[in-house]
Structure formats: structure tokens, C-alpha cells
Design a protein around this ligand. Structure first.
Ligand code: CMP
Length: 410
């Protein structure tokens, strides 16, 4: 009789709004039982991979609810609908009772993440990346040019391993011999015995395009997630202790969607597919943790996508500061100072500008006396300044859009 998981059914009439974009404190999401729902965003930067009309068995509102941020979409009933409502704190119980639905959510999210990563590359660099193992050679070449030999060596090694008859095998071998004296690489072939791994700072955990057999939980240290597209390296995220990464390959059986590099000395727990499947059964909390993490990443990538629409690079810089603060749940209290965990080099990668252009943008940024560099990391002396600047650039953007629209009409 005592059923702690009291999911309720809720009905919405045709045309009514179920969730509204921007509304703070999303605390529940919905699974559609019957009827259809239209999902929309104020600025549609990319078409959704899942389409905009959802039907029975599909869900919405999970990203905002599970990441505990404001809603990123609006949902409207396009016919009378019946929904199952799930509050954030019920999620743990839901998956204990119904692991398949939770697995479905993380699978859909994993695919969405891959799709949006690609969209972000296309919008920031007007190019797409590719993920098959032949890409490993390009990753090696990129890092060799940057004299980051640890990363280059690891990538060439994997290229030879996974594309032994590829067109660039001879070059890769040649390069490896040359850079070997300067290259530090650990676990080149993974390890079936050591689940507790130590990756020294600036060594490769895996390069994008490599087949993946494990996911990782960070015990100590930080890990950078990056992607090479053309001649640029895009920084997707800096991950911290407690974070999980490498799950997308495991879930989807696809090559690594991005590279993972030890940003500091990193201690990781490696979990292979068999252990992961066992963990899902015995510790379903890991699925809740993954849903939360994927929700946080998806929430952030939607912000990154919206960032690409700001035409002034300095505006993009301030917006990047603001979304990072929001992601880290820092309130913009006037008069407080904050040190970001990234500096100019990472910032270029985040907003996709070449270092030559980037230097000029940073010079202009540092003309603002509330912003400076401390140990090569950005330090904002008054957080209110970020809000003020973002407001200014949003206003400019609106004016520009209005001018453009009126030109179209003329
Ligand atoms: P996988 O594709 O196995 O390998 C690369 C990992 O990087 C991926 O799994 C995710 O864990 C992580 N990842 C991919 N895209 C992002 C992103 N945009 N933000 C944070 N982490 C990401």
C-alpha cells in the first residue's frame, strides 16, 4: 500500500502552456501519456534532433529540472494532453522502479549532446568535426604543430592501432620516432587491471575518434574536454572531482566525441562497460548522477549556442563569463570579486576565435579596470560589471537585429 513514488497525472487543455522558457526553478518534468506537445525556444539556434512535436512516451523539461536551472524551452499542448509529472526529488525512486525509462533519457541526451556539439562546431567555426578513427591522425598533427607532444604521441599511437592500413601510417610512425624523447603518455593501451588511474598534468586520457570502452569518474584533479576542428581547438568543458566523462561512447557504441586531457594531475576511476551495467543495477544512483550531469552539459551547450549569435566578440566574452557564473551557480552580488578557472587561451577556444584576433579582444577587455589577469586566469573585481556589460551587448544586439529586419523589409 505504501508507495513512496506518487507520480501524478496532469491534464492540459489544447493550446495551454505547460512550461515557459526562462521561468526560474524548474522543479518537475513531464512524460507524455497521451496527446501532443510543441516545444519551442525564443531563439531557435539549431533545429532539434528530436523534432519540435513530441508524443506519447517522450519527455520534456528534464534538462532544466535535473540541472536545477531555469527552463530553456516552452512547451504548449497542441491537443488535449495527459502527462505524468515527475519532481526532481522523485527521480531517484523513479529509476529504481523503472530503470529502462532512465536509460532511455540518458541515451536520448547522449545523442542530443553529440548532435549539439557538432552544431556548436559548425556555428563557431563554420566547419564540422569528424569522429571516425582516421581523425586520430589529424588530432596528432594538430598537437604536434602546437608542440604538445604528449597529446600528439598518444593520438598517433591510437591512429596506428585503429587504422593500421590507413593512408598516413608512415607519416605517423615517422613523427612518433621524432617526438618520442619529448612525449609522456600513460595507459596507451588502457588497462584491464588498474581501475584507479593516475594521469599526470597535460597527458592524454583519450583523443576524439578513438573507440571507447570505459567511462571515468574524476577522484582528484581536473580534466579538459576539447575538440579539434580544422586548425582550432575548442574547449568544451573543464571537469572537476565527482564529474563523469566518457559515457557517450559507452552508451552509444560510438567513437569518442571529444578528447579528454589531464588539465592538472588527475586521479580517475575507470569503469568498463560490464562494470557500468552492473553499477546501473546495483547502484541506480549512478543513472541519476549521469542524468544530472548530462542535463547540466546540455543546459550549458544551449547557452553556448545562443552565444554564437552575438556578433561582437567582446560581447561574446562577457556572455561567456555570465553563463559560466550561472553554470557554477555564482550569484552576481555587486562588489564581489571572482576568479575564473580559465584564461585567454582557453577563452579563444570557448568562443572560437583565432589567437591573433583573440589577443586584440583581450586587450580591449583588459581596458576595463574591473577585469584583470591573475596567474593567467581572468579575475573580475566586481561581478555587477558582468551583468552591466551583458545588458549593454544584449541591447546592441537587439538594435542591430531590428536594423537588419527593417532593411529586409525595405
Ligand atoms: P565520449 O564521447 O565517450 O568521449 C568524450 C566525452 O566528453 C563524452 O563522452 C562526454 O563525457 C564528454 N563531453 C562531450 N561533449 C561535452 C560537452 N559539450 N561538455 C562537457 N562534456 C562533454
Amino acid at each position: 500500500m505504501d508507495n513512496p513514488l506518487q507520480l501524478s497525472f496532469v491534464n492540459f487543455k489544447k493550446d495551454s502552456y505547460i512550461i515557459v522558457e526562462g521561468k526560474q526553478n524548474a522543479d518537475r518534468f513531464f512524460i507524455i501519456r497521451s496527446g501532443k506537445v510543441r516545444i519551442s525556444k525564443e531563439t531557435e539556434v539549431v533545429d532539434e534532433d528530436t523534432g519540435n512535436i513530441l508524443g506519447p512516451g517522450e519527455f520534456f523539461g528534464v534538462i532544466a529540472t535535473m540541472s536545477n536551472h531555469s527552463h530553456i524551452e516552452t512547451a504548449q499542448a497542441i491537443e488535449d494532453v495527459t502527462l505524468i509529472s515527475v519532481y526532481r526529488d522523485q527521480f531517484g525512486l523513479l529509476i529504481e522502479k523503472n530503470t529502462p525509462i532512465a536509460m532511455k533519457i540518458i541515451m536520448v541526451f547522449s545523442r542530443k549532446m553529440r548532435y549539439l556539439d557538432e552544431a556548436l562546431m559548425r556555428l563557431t567555426l563554420k566547419k564540422t568535426g569528424d569522429n571516425d578513427p582516421s581523425h586520430l591522425f589529424k588530432v596528432g598533427e594538430f598537437y604536434a604543430r602546437q608542440s604538445q607532444y604528449n597529446l600528439a604521441y598518444f593520438s598517433y599511437y591510437q591512429y596506428l592501432k585503429y587504422c593500421p592500413t590507413g593512408p598516413d601510417v608512415a607519416t605517423a610512425r615517422d613523427r612518433m620516432i621524432k617526438i618520442q624523447p619529448y612525449a609522456k603518455a600513460v595507459y596507451l593501451d588502457g588497462s584491464n587491471e588498474e581501475f584507479n588511474r593516475f594521469y599526470p598534468k597535460d597527458t592524454m586520457i583519450f583523443p576524439e575518434g578513438m573507440p571507447g570502452t570505459e567511462l571515468y569518474i574524476i577522484q582528484k584533479g581536473q580534466v579538459k574536454i576539447t575538440k579539434i576542428v580544422g586548425d582550432s581547438e575548442i574547449l568544451l568543458a573543464v571537469l572537476k572531482p565527482g564529474d563523469i566523462f566518457g559515457e557517450m561512447s559507452i552508451l552509444e557504441n560510438k567513437p569518442r566525441s571529444a578528447s579528454a586531457v589531464a588539465f592538472e594531475d588527475a586521479y580517475l576511476l575507470a569503469v568498463n562497460k560490464a562494470n557500468f551495467e552492473r553499477m546501473v543495477k546495483t547502484q541506480p544512483q549512478i543513472v541519476t548522477r549521469l542524468t544530472t550531469l548530462l542535463s547540466e552539459r546540455l543546459w550549458f551547450i544551449y547557452k553556448q549556442l545562443a552565444n554564437t549569435l552575438i556578433s561582437d566578440p567582446l560581447g561574446r566574452v562577457y556572455d561567456t563569463f555570465q553563463m559560466t557564473l550561472e553554470k557554477n551557480r555564482v550569484t552576481l552580488k555587486p562588489g564581489t570579486s571572482y576568479i575564473f578557472d580559465f584564461g585567454p587561451k582557453e577563452l579563444y577556444g570557448m568562443i572560437g576565435i583565432p589567437p591573433t584576433e583573440g589577443t586584440m579582444v583581450i586587450q580591449k577587455l583588459l581596458e576595463n579596470n574591473k577585469i584583470r589577469l591573475v596567474d593567467n586566469k581572468f579575475n573580475v573585481l566586481d561581478l555587477a560589471e558582468i551583468e552591466k556589460q551583458c545588458e549593454y551587448y544584449r541591447k546592441m544586439q537587439k538594435i542591430e537585429r531590428a536594423r537588419r529586419d527593417s532593411q529586409v523589409l525595405r
